[in-house]
Design a protein around this ligand. Structure first.
Ligand code: FES
Ligand code: FES
Length: 190
């Protein structure tokens, strides 16, 4: 059986079109956006800053943040509510931003991973993730941290089991769960 390595895999994928970048459906639309000709202007406070953003009515909050607001710290994993990579806080509550439309949040207060640090200092949970080695590839990390912040705000940190249960919607394919729970527990205790 021929050896398959990354180079041969990518080469084969390009040959069948699997990793060829496809242009947006309509010029001017970002990834995940489709121009229906119906757009709205939403006014939000994002990380303490008032923003007015024009979006197609079918744009998810996640795509608006990444493609219109330039905040790419919030990650797109599954785009269907199954991984938690896109977790942010809306009016203090954590949500999967891929599952909701931007136009539904006019007037909302939004916090993303970019808004956690204060005066050049990391949020205590961001620091705890570093101290506890709570990530490997880092792709899930912004969602894990935002979910952890929400979990602490909600007071759902009574035990490692409770933290695990409350953050069960945040998947880490690298399996850093033990250190993630430790980071959240330590921050909640501090
Ligand atoms: S990208 Fe939103 S839950 Fe996976
Ligand atoms: S650190 Fe890689 S997916 Fe969580």
């Amino acid at each position: 059986m021929p050896e398959i390595n990354r180079r041969t895999f990518v080469g084969a994928s390009i040959a069948v079109g699997g990793v060829v970048a496809t242009p947006p459906l309509v010029a001017g639309c970002g990834e995940g956006e489709h121009d229906t000709g119906q757009s709205s202007t939403v006014r939000l406070r994002i990380n303490g800053e008032t923003r007015e953003i024009s979006v197609d009515n079918r744009t998810s909050l996640l795509d608006m943040l990444r493609e219109r607001a330039g905040l790419t710290g919030t990650k797109k994993g599954c785009d269907q509510g199954a991984c938690g990579a896109c977790t942010i806080l809306v009016n203090g509550s954590r949500i999967n931003s891929c599952l909701t439309l931007a136009v539904m949040h006019d007037g909302a207060e939004i916090t993303t991973i970019e808004g956690l640090a204060r005066n050049g200092r990391l949020h205590p949970l961001q620091q705890a993730f570093i101290d506890e080695d709570a990530f490997q590839c880092g792709y899930c990390t912004s969602g894990q941290i935002m979910s952890g912040v929400g979990c602490i705000i909600e007071g759902h940190t009574g035990s490692p089991a409770e933290i695990r249960e409350q953050m069960s919607g945040n998947i880490c394919r690298c399996g850093a769960y033990t250190n993630i729970v430790t980071a959240v527990a330590n921050t909640a205790r501090a």
